[in-house]
Design a protein around this ligand. Structure first.
Ligand code: FE2
Length: 284
């Protein structure tokens, strides 16, 4: 199907420069959102949590889940809501309502996600934003489940995907309407000027830790809600502070995120997310 050429004009570029984010309504078709939702649902259906999450001692559990996470950079892996399990290791509620997200290489390993992520329209958008050699470094399918979808506290995506110089751009696709009730994004307009507060890095013992540069409080009183309709794309500067509150409503709030870095920037080996040399990050 022929699609109209989408370009970011000077007005939107100025807005992005000022706020550090952009809300682009109707960027993706409802049918494309639905295709992604169907695919994610089928993946969850096929996923057997028993293999990775039987009962371990707390220490062993931590070690295994660390590894499961740290090796997910070039895999498709499933991450549970914090309170998904009962004491005996069984699930508190149905599997499809227990998963927090799927990550982090959906866009490289799954055909449906690959097709959604690698479009002319997105390539043009990222080019208009000034990214010279875009690499799709990470993707996540986020469920924000009804009633149990947890809060994501205020953070900068560059904390997790640091490059030198800084180059991360977040692309956040609403696959359903996102409202205050079901846990939409909130951002601090212009907050990217505050600089990088911390980095999430691997430590030598096989775990992770934060390197803190500035531990002052975020000016949360400046947060604005980004309530958006299904099909909206929110573009986020990697340094923009943002969060989402818990979903206490009866409605889910599915979203898909893609993170793009500039291949001309240095990607440090202590970044938590690493990919094997046989599967380097690719562009559009
Ligand atoms: Fe984020």
């Amino acid at each position: 199907m022929e699609e109209a050429v989408f370009r970011l004009g000077p007005r939107r570029l100025e807005q992005y420069e000022r706020d550090g984010f952009l809300v682009l309504e109707d960027f993706v078709e409802a049918s494309a959102c639905d295709a992604l939702r169907r695919r994610a649902s089928a993946m969850v259906e096929a996923f057997d949590p028993a293999g990775s999450f039987s009962i371990f001692s707390t220490r062993e559990q931590t070690r295994r889940s660390d590894r499961y996470f740290l090796e997910s950079g070039d895999q498709i892996r499933f991450f549970f809501e914090e309170n998904a399990f009962l004491e005996d290791g069984s699930l508190r509620q149905k599997k499809e309502h227990s998963i927090n997200k799927i990550g982090h290489a959906l866009h490289d390993l799954d055909e449906v996600f690959d097709r959604f992520s690698r479009t002319e329209k997105l390539a043009q958008l990222v080019s208009d934003l000034g990214v010279r050699r875009p690499l799709l470094i990470q993707s996540m399918y986020i469920f924000k489940q009804p009633r149990v979808g947890g809060e994501v506290t205020c953070h900068q995506d560059s904390t997790f995907l640091y490059t030198e110089p800084m180059s991360v751009t977040g692309l956040w696709f609403a696959l359903e309407d996102a409202t205050r009730e079901n846990g939409c994004l909130w951002a601090i307009p212009g907050g990217y000027h505050l600089g990088l507060r911390k980095r999430f890095v691997r430590d030598k013992e096989g775990g992770t830790h934060f390197e803190i540069y500035d531990s002052s409080e975020w000016p949360l009183e400046s947060l604005v809600p980004l309530e958006v309709k299904k099909g909206t794309l929110i573009v986020l500067n990697g340094l923009l502070p943002h969060l989402s509150y818990a979903n206490r409503s009866e409605k889910s709030r599915h979203a898909f995120t893609l993170h793009v870095i500039d291949g001309d920037c240095r990607y440090p080996e202590e970044n938590w997310l690493q990919r094997s040399s046989s599967m380097p990050a690719r562009g559009f």
